[in-house]
Design a protein around this ligand. Structure first.
Ligand code: MTE
Ligand code: MO
Length: 366
């Protein structure tokens, strides 16, 4: 046997039975949606394995898809065998290819915009569309998985090999990007590209979905600090410019990051200005909620919040309206969407705020 045919034979042994390929594609797409969405909440380098898993699964999908397309090619190219569900299959294929190609392009540094969207956001859009499409596609050709298709030892070997190949491919990509010195070489572990420079002009203004308030007049502005505090207060913008400084990295899930020197007031000092936190009859202070003039909001656990900053300045300049003036949250170990802009209320609470996950998505829509 020549080297080539030996490779072919090994590849064929790795190929799962058709039904297992189909079910694996379904499972891997769901796993990609989950790892992708959860990765949005990861801001510290210790979370890198999640991003590697997402990338390895992505490469594995390329391999599974190649096996699948080799098998069903005839059904797509021969119009005499088209059925009603074929258009759904084609649509699903388009979404898969859209997700894969934008993901791969992003990895190689193609920081292209589709209107205001980065390729990474387009990737997320395709990926989210893919989940219901794959589910609908699977239901039109539903066949229960059979035990013989997932014989234990072979299955374990196959999936380990697939994921290892995925991780190895991603490693090779890193070397290729470095060797070619592409823009893709310069990504953080989250996949985000740097925005260099200091101050307001150095990084984009990003509103998650629809938040776009009118500028807030500095003189009329008051920040209310209330909830489980001893003495609720209202502070002026000048009182917030307390001169506390911290360097922190803002990493937006649309794929960019910036390191800036932020100035303002430590949230712990802010709570002290309200007499400190105070339990009432049956509630212990546990979270601090930061609420925007738009209603957008996020909560941090109390001890983390105390060390966070309510910023009035960036890179030595007063914060611009777009970046959240008069004051915005700077939460160092959090992703950008949690850095609430245009904060008008800081509230100490006892409970975790589950609804914030929805509010950040719909805030700004009337
Ligand atoms: N009120 C409010 N705060 C917000 C947002 C928003 O839409 N509304 N977007 C968040 C997102 S997604 C990011 S990445 C950062 C971006 O901050 P910047 O616009 O100063 O770059 O603000 C966060 N704070
Ligand atoms: Mo963001």
């Amino acid at each position: 046997m020549g080297d080539r045919s030996r490779f072919r034979a090994a590849l064929d042994r790795l190929e799962p039975p058709p039904r297992a390929v189909d079910w694996s594609l379904f499972a891997f797409v769901v796993a990609e949606a989950v790892t992708g969405l959860v990765s949005f909440t990861v801001a510290v380098p210790a979370g890198w394995p999640l991003f590697w898993l997402h990338r390895s699964l992505g490469v594995a999908i390329v391999v599974l898809l190649a096996w699948k397309l080799a098998r069903v090619r005839g059904r797509l190219t021969d119009p005499t065998v088209w059925r009603r569900s074929t258009s759904l299959s084609v649509l699903t294929l388009v979404a898969v290819l859209g997700t894969l190609s934008t993901g791969i392009a992003w990895v190689f540094g193609l920081d292209v915009r589709v209107s205001a969207w980065t390729f990474l956001s387009v990737h997320v859009g395709f990926g989210l569309a893919l989940v219901p499409l794959v589910a609908a596609h699977a239901s039109t050709r539903f066949r229960l998985p059979r035990r013989v298709d997932f014989e234990r030892r072979r299955t374990a070997i196959r999936y380990t090999a697939l994921l290892a190949a995925g991780a190895a491919t991603y490693r090779l990509q890193g070397w290729a990007n470095d060797a070619l010195d592409t823009a893709g070489a310069d990504r953080r572990f989250t996949g985000s590209h740097p925005r260099e420079g200091e101050g307001n002009a150095a990084f984009p203004i990003t509103s998650w979905v629809a938040d776009d308030p009118d500028p807030i007049g500095r003189d009329a502005y008051r920040l209310r600090v209330d909830g489980l505090v001893a003495a609720p207060v209202e502070l002026t913008a000048d009182e917030l410019a307390a001169g506390h400084e911290t360097e922190a990295l803002l990493d937006c899930t649309s794929g960019w990051y910036t390191i800036q020197e932020w100035g303002g007031i430590r949230v712990g000092d802010l709570l002290d200005a309200a007499g400190g936190t105070a339990a009432d009859a049956d509630r212990e202070p546990a979270y601090v909620r930061f609420v925007s003039v738009t209603g957008y909001r996020w909560s941090l656990p109390l001890s983390e919040a105390e060390d966070a900053l309510l910023a009035t300045h960036v890179g030595g300049e007063p914060l611009s309206h777009g970046h959240g003036a008069p004051a915005r949250l700077v939460a160092p170990d959090r992703r950008g969407f949690q850095w609430v802009k245009w904060v008008t209320r800081v509230e100490v609470r006892a409970e975790y705020d589950l609804a914030q996950w929805v509010v950040t998505l719909v805030s700004g829509f009337d």
